[in-house]
Write a protein that binds this ligand. Structure first.
Ligand code: PEP
Ligand code: MN
Length: 349
């Protein structure tokens, strides 16, 4: 941390800052310039925070040098991490060596629809199946998901196609039942800053897919991941799913720059959700290509056997030629940026 004194700060004010820092076991290195004095602090940053240094007389500013998200930062964990998803007998990697396709219906609607979507996902080369059983809908009148029955249907479709499953959790009280049926727990954009939920999934013993809040800064997103990590769970995958902007041409604006930015500051894997970013099926393949090119560790996309009659997010769901085109991009492009298909890196015992 660095404390910048105001131009007119007195010797006593500087000495007072040094004394306060030393009182919590820190060291203070004073550097006097022609106009200003700056003080470099070494020690426990959290104890410095409690000093409220900005309130001391003569202090103009206080700058933090180290990342506030310690566990998910690359500052002390320089290698990028791989998160393994699935039972011990069949684990799928999400990380820097591979490119992972996650696909499935936005919502689990019925046994038939979910089974068909799971088959579509598997045939497109997906290694993980997605599907929402608890849907966080904007309208309370919209389809809210099948709940526990939906979890059972999704788990069964996953077993039938050999794909581990990821599903969203919207209420901390559901942690046990969701963790019982799913291989990975998803925290959606609307709950990114639900700190009680983050702590609950941090203690669930399953990997977590943490979507970026639609109005969250990158630092807020990483601090949300830190809540999960702080509960002892470092198996967190971050998902850029578009942020709110002034332009309503697309549902959200995919912040593609977030991918390399987050990868340079955090060791956690980062994937992209082009379906929820664009909200339009015609943009899912181009944005997936962009995700691969920018270095994302995977994509998560919506597929549906009958988008016209989908109960949730039909306009962004792929099928037919669009899905074949996605499958082709995901097969051909990752090797060109030095990545292996996650399907060939699955760990089985
Ligand atoms: C979803 O993936 O089903 C979903 C609701 O996504 P998001 O939280 O990004 O809107
Ligand atoms: Mn959706």
């Amino acid at each position: 941390m660095v404390v910048v004194m105001s131009p007119g700060a007195t010797e006593e004010e500087v000495a007072h800052v040094v004394e306060r820092v030393e009182s919590v076991g820190g060291e203070a290195f004073v550097s006097k310039g022609v106009v200003r004095t700056i003080i470099g602090l070494v020690g426990d940053v959290d104890s410095f925070h409690h000093l409220n240094l900005r309130t001391l007389p003569g202090v103009a500013d206080v700058h933090r040098i180290s990342d506030p998200y310690k566990l998910v930062s690359r500052q002390h964990h320089t290698e990028r991490s791989t998160v393994w998803v699935g039972p011990d007998t069949h684990q799928v990697p999400i990380g820097p060596e591979t490119f992972t396709l996650i696909a499935g219906p936005c919502a689990v609607e019925s046994v038939e629809q979910t089974m068909e979507a799971a088959r579509m996902a598997a045939s497109a080369g997906a290694t993980l199946l997605r599907g929402g059983a608890f849907k966080p809908r904007t309208s309370p009148y919209a389809f809210q998901g099948l709940g526990v029955r939906g979890l059972e249907i999704l788990a069964a479709a996953g077993r039938a196609t050999g794909l581990p499953v990821v599903t969203e959790i919207v209420d901390a009280r559901d942690v046990d039942v969701v963790a019982e049926h799913a291989d990975m727990l998803q925290v959606g954009t609307r709950n990114m800053a639900n700190f009680g939920l983050l702590q609950a999934v941090g203690g669930a013993g399953k990997p977590v897919l943490l979507k970026r809040g639609m109005t969250a800064t990158i630092e807020e997103w990483l601090m949300a991941a830190e809540y999960i990590a702080q509960r002892g769970n470092l198996d967190v995958v971050l998902c850029e799913r578009g942020i709110r902007s002034f332009d309503s041409t697309t549902r959200n604006t995919l912040d593609i720059s977030a991918v390399p930015i987050v990868q340079s500051t955090s060791h956690l894997p980062v994937i992209v959700d082009p379906s929820h970013a664009a909200g339009r099926k015609d943009l899912v393949v181009p944005l997936s290509r962009a995700a691969i090119a920018v270095g994302a560790d995977g994509v998560i996309v919506d597929v549906h056997p009958d988008p016209e009659n989908a109960l949730c997010d039909g306009p962004q769901a792929l099928l037919g030629n669009d899905l074949r085109e996605l499958a082709s991009a995901v097969r051909r492009l990752p090797p060109q940026v030095g990545r292996q298909d996650a399907a060939t890196a699955v760990r089985t015992t």
